[in-house]
Design a protein around this ligand. Structure first.
Ligand code: GCU
Length: 341
C-alpha cells in the first residue's frame, strides 16, 4: 500500500516539478502525436516490455492523442548520441543509464557509485522518493531540455573477461575494460588497477572480438543478450555497482501536453517502472542460465576486496556537496531499512 502511494505521489510530484499545465485540447482537433523513444537494448528486456505496454495504454487513455514508437537496439544511436537528440528535440524520450547524465549534472554520480546501495529494494525505495529526487530530476530541465521521469532498476554490475577470470582486484591489473562513457566509470577501473576504455554499448562486442578490450562490466542480461558471453566466458560477481536507468523526456514535449494527458503519462510511467523492476530478477536469472548453457562460467568472488579499493572514492563523491550528501543520506536510510543479504 505504502509503495503504491509513494509511486502515485512520485508521479504527481514530478508533474508539478517538470511541467507547466496546458489547457485541454478540444476533442474535434484530435491528431495522434507519435513520440519517439530511444532504447539501446533488445525487445526481451523488461524495460522494453513495460514501455511497450505503456505506449499502448497511453494511446488508449488519451483517446489516440498520444502514442509512443520505441526504437530498440540502438536504432537511433548509442545512448550518448540519443541523449543529445533528446536535448536538441529530435527524439522525445529515451532510457538512459545514470553515468551518461553526469556530464550535464555531476550530482547524478551518487546513485552510480560503487557499492552505494545494499540491496535492490533499497535502490527502489530511494528512486521512488519524489521529494529526495525532485531537484536532481529537474536539474536538466532548463539547461538541457531533459526531464527525468523515473529511475528504473537495472541489475548489478560485474566483470566479465575473455581470458583471465577476475577473483581479486589485482586480477584486473593492466586489463582493458569497457566502461560507459563517463569519468566516474573510468575512475572505478583505474582504482582497481585496470585500463578503462569508454565505449557505447553497441561497440563492445566488436571490441571484445578484435581483442581491443579484455573484458567489460555489466549485468547478466546485457552480457547474454549482446552475445558477449560467446567471447568473454568468465563472469565474476563483484556486484560493484547498481546503476539505475532513467526514463528521460524532452521538457518541451512534456510541457506541450495538456495537464490531463501529462498526468496520464506520468501515472503510466510509475506503473511501467514497477512492472519492469519486478520482472528484472527473472530476466537476469534466465540470461544467466542461457549464458551458462552457451558455456559461460559465473563465479562468486570476495566483494570485500573490491569494496575496500573503492570505498574512499564512493565516500568522497557522495560527500562532494550539499545535494550529493542529501542523496547519499537517503541511500543510507534505505540501506538500513533494506540491508540485503
Ligand atoms: C546496463 C544498462 C543500460 C546501459 C548498459 C551499458 O545494461 O541497463 O542502460 O546502456 O548497462 O553498460 O551500456
Amino acid at each position: 500500500m505504502w509503495r503504491k502511494l509513494t509511486i502515485l505521489l512520485a508521479a504527481v510530484l514530478v508533474l508539478t516539478a517538470c511541467s507547466t499545465p496546458q489547457p485541454p485540447q478540444p476533442e474535434s482537433s484530435v491528431r495522434t502525436t507519435v513520440l519517439k523513444l530511444g532504447f539501446n537494448q533488445g525487445e526481451s528486456h523488461p524495460q522494453y516490455q513495460a514501455l511497450t505496454k505503456l505506449a499502448a495504454d497511453l494511446k488508449q487513455q488519451t483517446s489516440g492523442r498520444y502514442d509512443i514508437k520505441i526504437y530498440a537496439t540502438e536504432k537511433l544511436g548509442s545512448q550518448s548520441e540519443v541523449l543529445k537528440s533528446v536535448s536538441s528535440g529530435t527524439v522525445d524520450l529515451m532510457m538512459v543509464s545514470g553515468p551518461l547524465l553526469e556530464q550535464y549534472n555531476p550530482d547524478f554520480v551518487v546513485y552510480d557509485l560503487p557499492y552505494i546501495f545494499d540491496s535492490p529494494e533499497a535502490q527502489k525505495e530511494v528512486l521512488g522518493d519524489a521529494d529526495v529526487n525532485r531537484k536532481l530530476y529537474e536539474s536538466l530541465t532548463a539547461s538541457h531540455n531533459i526531464c527525468v521521469l523515473a529511475g528504473f532498476y537495472a541489475g548489478t554490475r560485474n566483470f566479465y573477461t575473455v581470458n583471465k577470470a577476475i577473483t581479486l582486484p589485482q586480477d584486473l591489473a593492466g586489463l582493458k575494460i569497457r566502461v560507459q562513457e563517463a569519468d566516474s566509470q573510468a575512475k572505478i577501473i583505474e582504482l582497481l588497477g585496470g585500463v578503462p576504455v569508454k565505449l557505447g554499448a553497441g561497440q563492445t562486442y566488436e571490441a571484445l572480438n578484435t581483442g581491443s578490450i579484455d573484458g567489460a562490466e555489466n549485468n547478466e542480461g546485457f552480457f547474454h543478450e549482446l552475445s558477449h558471453d560467446t567471447l568473454a566466458k568468465n563472469f565474476s560477481y563483484t556486484r560493484h555497482a547498481m546503476i539505475p536507468d532513467y526514463l528521460v523526456m524532452s521538457t518541451k514535449v512534456l510541457n506541450a501536453m495538456s495537464s490531463n494527458d501529462r498526468q496520464t503519462l506520468l501515472d503510466l510511467v510509475a506503473k511501467a517502472r514497477a512492472e519492469s523492476d519486478n520482472a528484472m530478477s527473472e530476466y537476469l536469472e534466465k540470461a544467466k542460465k542461457d549464458a551458462e548453457a552457451a558455456g559461460a562460467t559465473f563465479r562468486e568472488v570476495n566483494q570485500a576486496a573490491f569494496k575496500e579499493k573503492l570505498a574512499s572514492f564512493t565516500q568522497t563523491e557522495a560527500e562532494k556537496n550539499g545535494e550529493t550528501k542529501k542523496l547519499s543520506a537517503a541511500v543510507q536510510e534505505a540501506n538500513r531499512k533494506y540491508p540485503g543479504d
